[in-house]
Design a protein around this ligand. Structure first.
Ligand SMILES: [Zn+2]
Length: 465
């Protein structure tokens, strides 16, 4: 079962052997030779660092990698305008957060957003209230979570299309490690809530205010408020030329995970996929499934199918399993491809990477690395965030105690080689009795599929080409 995963680790070792500063140094050295192929290697390194910087919220690395992408991209005549724009906002932001004694710089900043933050206050000690000068729209708020397994950091992030007139602020709350509110870009206000243990974060938009309730582990039982996420319907015609490939995990002689009461992953995921297909068709998308019955398909043929269909998006649906702590471990997780070696990603990938050896030969080292360094990885990360948010938003409206396992990166073979944004969703733990009972309930599956469709719609709306 682990065999294929180890092959993958060997393939990605050249990336993993170096830490961020090592890769940066290597890329900078490549840039000095003046050869086109070295510039290309540098470009790939910078792109990889850029992705890492986003995942680890490392601002310095983000800036360094953007500088590198712009420089190498220009040398290679690659269109790097979007990175250039991002780098520019970075510079503006830097000036903006400078200490007040350099007030001349502060005055020069042009705040573009039409919404201004008027006040920040605590309500009942556990609700943070942000008040704005104008009515807030649903699509002005982007909420997502990040989990850094190595550092044991949970981050709950709100990006709000608005600006604040003061410099960044640190807010305090008992039981929460850090809460920082800052102008992230001229148009985006970012609130980061960080903790070493899980928090329950819920938010409510109310005309001109955003109320965020932060519940620490000690008093999580106090509140089981449902997340309010609304979706704005968009013009169906716009979806008509979008092609989605739903990859239904396992099948035939490969049952996938077998869990509580011998429920099988291959059956659960097919049911969810069928619901998702009908939701997407109803919204005007073109949809293909890698299988719609109980048959076996090689991993490599799944992405090959999506590439052949020129899909805009690839979504692989799976269910998770553990052999120990079955009562404790549950939750929904979304993965995008990366060489991550985090423990959680390793064990999940080991389970999902049950590929034939013949599969391994199709994807050589070059292909794998090429994919990893492609800008699609960043798009896949965004897609994973939207899918995760969509599923939880939909399920929380009707079910209690749905666990957010977060958006994670992992080395999944089934995502390797996809030429479009690709995400693997683990719909829950089939080994957890309470979650397994839900996974065989068709209403629950339908609610989850609706959430996936919402997430896909949100992704296309925010990333129009
Ligand atoms: Zn699976």
């Amino acid at each position: 079962m682990l065999r294929s995963f180890f092959i993958l680790v060997i393939l990605s070792i050249s990336l993993l052997a170096l830490d961020n500063s090592g890769i940066l140094k290597r890329a900078n050295t490549y840039m000095q030779t003046g050869s086109k192929s070295d510039q290309f290697l540098a470009y790939n390194d910078y792109k990889n660092l850029y992705l890492r910087s986003i995942i680890s919220a490392d601002e310095k690395l983000r800036k360094d990698s953007l500088v590198g992408i712009v420089k190498s991209g220009k040398a290679l005549h690659i269109d790097i305008s979007q990175y250039q724009d991002e780098l520019a906002t970075f510079k503006v932001k830097k000036a903006y957060t400078k200490p007040p004694e350099k007030s001349k710089n502060v005055n020069k900043i042009i705040l573009k957003s039409s919404h201004k933050l008027k006040s920040v206050s605590w309500l009942n000690n556990d609700k943070l209230v942000l008040k704005f000068n104008k009515k807030l729209r649903q699509n002005q708020i982007n909420y997502f979570t990040l989990y850094d397994e190595k550092k044991k950091k949970y981050r709950y992030i709100f990006d709000i299309h608005a600006s604040m007139l003061t410099k960044s602020q640190t807010l305090r709350k008992d039981g929460v490690k850090r809460i920082v509110l800052a102008q992230y870009t001229p148009n985006t206000l970012r609130l980061v809530i960080e903790n070493s243990t899980k928090l329950k974060v819920r938010f409510k938009r109310d005309t001109k205010s955003l109320t965020i309730s932060i519940i620490t582990n000690n008093n999580i039982s106090k509140s089981v408020k449902k997340k309010e996420v609304q979706y704005i319907p968009i013009d169906l015609n716009k979806n008509k030329n979008k092609i989605i490939v739903i990859d239904v995990g396992h099948g035939g002689r490969d049952p996938g995970a077998v869990g509580y009461k011998n429920y099988r992953e291959k059956i659960v995921v097919l049911k969810i996929a069928k619901h998702l297909k009908s939701f997407l068709l109803a919204r005007g998308y073109k949809v293909y499934m890698t299988r719609d019955r109980d048959n076996y398909i090689k991993l490599s043929n799944r992405t090959a199918f999506a590439n052949k269909k020129s899909a805009d998006l690839f979504l692989s649906i799976h269910a998770n399993a553990v052999s120990k702590n079955v009562h404790k471990i549950k939750g929904i997780e979304s993965y995008f491809l990366s060489p991550s070696r985090s423990k959680r990603a390793e064990s999940v990938a080991a389970k999902e990477n049950k590929a034939d050896i013949s599969d391994m030969n199709i994807y050589g080292k070059q292909n794998f690395l090429k994919f990893l360094n492609h800008a699609k990885t960043v798009a896949s990360h965004k897609l994973a965030i939207d899918l995760q948010r969509g599923m939880l938003g939909s399920l929380n409206k009707h079910y209690k105690g749905v666990r957010d396992g977060g958006v994670r990166e992992g080395p999944f073979w089934v995502l390797v080689g996809a030429q479009m944004p690709a995400v693997l969703v683990e719909v829950g733990y089939i080994t957890n009795p309470s979650e397994a009972k839900r996974l065989v309930n068709d209403n629950y599956r339908k609610t989850m599929a609706r959430g996936m469709a919402n997430g896909i719609e949100r992704y296309f709306r925010n990333n129009r080409q």
